[in-house]
Write a protein that binds this ligand. Structure first.
Ligand code: PGA
Length: 243
């Protein structure tokens, strides 16, 4: 099980201190990996404080290039030096700013170069879902990533299915709908020899819906936004996986 917290553009040093103190005071299920994706300014501190409580830090985004004239961007090498072990790639909020499937594939190549694991996010918007095109759309988003040769593909650590209509809206996909998409993803990954890759669900995951989602056969974890900002809620989500 992979339980991941995406803080998005939330948090400051005081928040971080309280968060990891809180994490240290709670008990966490074993046989789970807990990831935290803080804003870049907090990455180094999160890597240190997270290590003390068994949480692994990652970057919310990376640029494909190693360095260069890319104002405001961070390379995989830079976030790795700051302590990141993972990077979110192609989150829908980044895709909405113009990131393409090819950009996401190039980011995974960069992650591989820097020794990071990539957590690639996919997911359809409401119009695509209503047209009954969701599965083809989501599998299409992965095509460029799965076309990468080793060693880039070896850096693929997990995939998160996050239907855009469920992110931050309180409107979660039903466990059955999420499971159906995860099954389709699994079958596609099996063809690529990656059937064992963890598949996370994301989109309004909360303590009260985590158990139903995580008990689906092809849901191997969750990527949590809003509810991950409350360490008690995030812990309750992690514990729901073991109930
Ligand atoms: P949410 O965000 O849990 O607030 O819906 C999930 C995400 O965007 O990763």
């Amino acid at each position: 099980m992979l339980i991941a917290a995406n803080w998005k553009m939330h948090g400051d040093r005081a928040f971080l201190t309280a968060y990891f103190e809180g994490a240290g005071a709670l008990s966490w299920p074993e046989a789970q990996t807990h990831l935290v994706f803080p804003p870049a300014t907090l990455l180094e501190r999160a890597a240190e404080a997270g290590a003390a409580v068994g949480m692994v830090a990652g970057a919310q985004a990376i640029h494909p290039a190693r360095d260069g004239a890319h104002t405001g961007c961070l390379s995989a090498e830079q976030v790795a030096e700051a302590g990141a072990r993972w990077a979110l790639l192609g989150h829908s909020e980044r895709r909405a700013q113009g990131e393409t499937d090819l950009d996401v594939a190039a980011q995974l190549e960069a992650a591989a170069r820097a020794g990071l694991r990539g957590l690639v996010c996919v997911g359809e918007g409401l119009a695509v879902r209503e047209e009954d095109e969701a599965e083809a759309y989501v599998l299409g988003q992965l095509a460029a990533v799965l076309a990468l040769p080793a060693p880039a593909l070896d850096a693929l650590g997990a995939i998160a299915y996050e239907p855009i209509w469920a992110i931050g809206t309180g409107r979660t996909a039903t466990p059955e709908l999420a499971q159906a998409m995860h099954r389709a993803l699994r079958e596609r990954l099996e063809v690529a020899g990656l059937g064992g890759l963890p598949l996370l669900y994301g989109g309004s995951v909360k303590p009260d819906n985590a158990k139903a989602l995580l008990s689906q056969p092809d849901i191997d974890g969750v990527l949590v936004g809003g509810a991950s900002l409350d360490i008690t809620a995030f812990n309750a989500i992690a514990r729901a996986a073991n109930e």
